[in-house]
Write a protein that binds this ligand. Sequence first.
Ligand SMILES: [Zn+2]
Ligand SMILES: [Zn+2]
Length: 283
Amino acid sequence: MTRIDLHCHSTASDGTLTPAELVSAAVEAGLDVMAITDHDTTGGWEEAAAARPAGLTLVRGAELSCRWHGVEPAIPLHLLAYLFDPAEPRLAADLARLRSDREQRAEKIVGRLRADGVDISWPEVSGYAAGGSIGRPHIAQALIRAGLVRTTDEAFASRWLGARYFVPKADLDVFEAVRAVREAGGVTVFAHPNATVRGRIVPDKLIVDLAREGLFGLEADHEDHTPEQRAHVRKLAGELGLVVTGSSDFHGTHKTVRLGAFTTELAAYGKIVAAATGVPVLG
Ligand SMILES: [Zn+2]
Ligand SMILES: [Zn+2]
């Protein structure tokens, strides 16, 4: 059986394994195919490709921060993008904008915490990101180090980063993102679309409209979906002719989920690869 995990984070965003460690860990976890999908960046691609062990197929991708403006306030959502050409100017500009905003946002949050006497600093937090795409898990790491919380989950509670020290981030209009990835030869899959544990979710009607715009698949099997939500996403994908994926959304020790905890069927993976023209799979 081919084991395929299409959603994994490295230190290029908020994972705890470097891209090189991630590809080795994928082999240890018994995966045959792994996608590197850091938030709003392709910064881990080169290292992952250079370190790719024989026997592992690497799919290069990213997880884009998007927003649907069909309701007020707009709903944030994540779009997985696979095998796109990172040099395509429009998408490259979008990614650069998202990354610079992430940095400003993190700096603002750290500033607010410091103003309230919390003993963390910007050099410390940006040091945890180590040149990668900075995110709230890096601030969580500083809060853990300062002894204020014990876990990332605790840091994300409303007392801390969830509400009291929450700063919204910039994101891409989801329709524009689907189009930009297509123009760059890539394929889009809506990440954890029904995960109510993450907040408000979009109505099925939006997914119908996105499918018309070129959305290619839906991530059904994800730890944040209940069995009912998985079944619902699967059914919707079937009705719309979209592929169904399953993935771990691995983040290293920032989360408890293991690599390969959820996987994608070979047929769905084959369709994604066949539809993409931006960059080839490696291996
Ligand atoms: Zn996500
Ligand atoms: Zn993710």
